[in-house]
Design a protein around this ligand. Structure first.
Ligand code: FMN
Length: 399
């Protein structure tokens, strides 16, 4: 099967994309262990995945110290973070690529030992996440009950996002992606199980979406709508947050038109309603009766990125029928560093290696390229094919 639609050009806000294969945000916890900033190793990782006219989304970066959730995951709020990211954005741009910075405020998915003055994590409501969190020195401890944010504190959290958005632009990112999925702070506001508030930020769908829309609006004001994207996740059980199909779909129906009005760079809807490729995952596939991507598309006419368990074949179908403008791939991009070129050249993809879960996150406090930047250099394969093709052509011409 060809990927003519997936590999066709499109304009996203001000970005002239040469194809629609986006790298999804992936936390890899291999940043500098002290400064938690990108460094040479991370620059190499992004450079390997950058393509001329292609869009990458960075790993989740904490917008502020209270937004941290993982050791060796980066932020975008200190001088060291910004210097590190500048190296990454320069490298991606020098290959003709584009990169958005994902702003990921972990909310309750954190631990006091990771936060300033050992404060408790913050969340819309004091609802604890079951399970264990990695803290310093490799230890794993139970999550704590987070502290519910007071209404008067919310503008301060919005300001953390806008500062981070401005920081991201200042170090060369082409835009930001707000992470409103995976059970982190923004989704904690959206979702009934984690939002028990009785003020104007809890209760009805409109109220639960209010904080997220306030963050969107503030970021739009700070850096412009063309530089703001947002990612939602439906039916994903990561971080113990599962909304019912009814709640997910009510929320999408409300947010679609609200976001369309705001004319953002894109909205990403992520789910696991993909296809059999996802059988390799141990994650639970939601039993949605309706297709979340097509449902959201029926409520939103702006630029739509979809993601989640999608094989390139399935992605091609969604672009061909107008559901999606862009498709973000996560796991496939891990082991297939130049995925767009592989698709273009009709190469067989490595579908399995990206599922080596033990390689997803860096464990060694020092440089940890294993499973990160040490996959076979597929560029070499491509150039061999190209030169072979050129040689054939020349022979034919010569004859
Ligand atoms: C190692 C790893 C780290 C991830 N970290 C993030 C993250 O920081 N932010 C985010 O929005 N999603 C994160 N995700 C989810 C992916 O962006 C994507 O939504 C998910 O893997 C489904 O897409 P896929 O089936 O194409 O991999 C992560 C996924 C993996 C495998």
């Amino acid at each position: 099967m060809g990927y003519d639609n997936l590999l066709s050009p499109t304009q996203v806000a001000d970005l002239p994309l040469k194809h629609r294969v986006v790298m999804s945000a992936m936390t890899r916890t291999r940043n500098d262990p002290i400064t938690e900033s990108p460094r040479e190793l991370n620059v190499l990782y992004y450079t390997q995945r950058a393509t001329d006219g292609g869009l990458l989304i960075s790993e989740g970066a904490a917008p502020c110290a209270m937004g941290r959730g993982y050791i060796r995951a980066p932020g975008v709020y200190t001088e060291a973070h910004l210097e590190g990211w500048k190296l990454v954005t320069d490298a991606v741009h020098s290959k003709g690529g584009f990169i958005f910075c994902q702003l990921m405020h972990a909310g309750r998915v954190s631990h006091s030992s990771l936060l300033p003055d050992n404060q408790l994590p913050i969340a819309p409501s004091a609802v604890k996440l079951d399970g264990l969190v990695h803290i310093k020195d490799g230890a794993k401890v139970p999550y704590e009950t987070p502290r519910a944010l007071e209404t008067h504190e919310l503008p301060g959290v919005v300001a953390d996002f806008t500062n981070a958005a401005k920081n991201a632009i200042s170090c060369g990112f082409d835009g930001i992606e707000l992470h409103a999925g995976n059970g982190y702070l923004l989704q904690e506001f959206l979702a009934k199980p984690t939002n028990l508030r009785t003020d104007q930020y809890g209760g009805s769908v409109e109220n639960r979406c209010r904080f997220v829309l306030e963050v969107v609006d503030a970021c739009v004001e700070a850096i412009g709508s063309k530089k703001v994207g947002i990612k939602f996740q439906q039916g994903v059980t990561f971080s113990g947050l599962l909304e019912t199909e009814e709640d997910s779909f009510l929320q999408m129906a409300y947010l679609g038109p609200e976001l369309e009005k705001r004319n953002l760079a894109y909205v990403c809807q992520s789910s696991l309603n993909g296809d059999p490729y996802y059988k390799m995952s141990k994650l639970t596939k939601p039993n949605f009766e309706a297709d979340p991507y097509r449902f959201f598309r029926s409520h939103y006419k702006g630029t739509l990125m979809i993601n989640g368990g999608l094989s390139p074949e399935k992605a091609e179908e969604y672009v061909a029928d107008g559901t999606a403008d862009l498709v973000a791939f996560g796991v496939l991009f891990l082991a297939n560093a130049n995925l767009p070129a592989l698709l273009a050249s009709g190469q067989v993809l490595d579908l399995a290696s990206g599922w080596k879960v033990q390689l997803w996150y860096g464990k060694n406090p020092a440089d940890d390229p294993v499973g990160y930047t040490d996959w076979p250099l597929v560029d070499a394969v491509i150039s061999t094919i190209k030169s072979a093709a050129t040689a054939v052509k020349e022979t034919v011409v010569g004859a």
